[in-house]
Design a binder for this molecule. Structure first.
Ligand SMILES: Nc1ncnc2c1ncn2[C@@H]1O[C@H](COP(=O)(O)OP(=O)(O)OP(=O)(O)O)[C@@H](O)[C@H]1O
Ligand SMILES: [Mg+2]
Length: 95
C-alpha cells in the first residue's frame, strides 16, 4: 500500500466472527484492477499472489475489492479452528 496506493489513510480491522477471524485492510489510495495481480505474477512479482496462496492454502479466503480511483480493501478470512478440519495427515511415526 505504501508502494503503490499513494494513500493518505489506511484502516486496519481485526474481528472474530462465529468461526472465522477477519482481517480488513483498507486504503483511500489509487485503487487498481485486481486482474493486475495475475499479470504481475506472470512477470515474476509474487507480492499479493503469495499472500493469496498462503491464505487460501490455510483454508481461508483472500478478497481484493478495488477499482481505479476507489481505494482498495483487502479482506482476509481464516477459519478460527484452522488445521483441525483440513490439516494434512500426520506423517507416520516410524519406530
Ligand atoms: N493498495 C494498492 N493500491 C493500488 N494499487 C495496488 C495496491 N496493491 C497492489 N496494487 C497494484 O497491484 C499490482 C500487483 O501487486 P503485487 O504486490 O502483487 O506486485 P508488485 O508490488 O508489483 O511486486 P512485488 O510485490 O513482487 O514487489 C501492483 O503492481 C500495483 O499496480
Ligand atoms: Mg507488492
Amino acid at each position: 500500500m505504501v508502494k503503490h496506493a499513494e494513500a493518505t489513510e489506511v484502516w486496519v480491522g481485526l474481528t472474530t466472527e462465529e468461526d472465522e477471524t477477519v482481517l480488513t485492510v483498507r486504503d483511500n489510495g489509487t485503487g487498481f484492477d485486481p486482474r493486475i495481480v495475475l499479470r504481475r505474477l506472470r512477470e515474476g512479482h509474487i507480492g499479493l499472489a503469495s499472500h493469496y496462496m498462503r491464505v487460501e492454502s490455510a483454508g481461508g479466503r483472500f478478497l481484493i475489492d478495488s477499482s481505479p480511483g476507489a481505494g482498495t480493501t483487502v479482506e482476509v478470512r481464516l477459519p478460527t479452528a484452522a488445521g483441525e478440519e483440513e490439516s494434512p495427515e500426520q506423517a507416520p511415526v516410524v519406530p
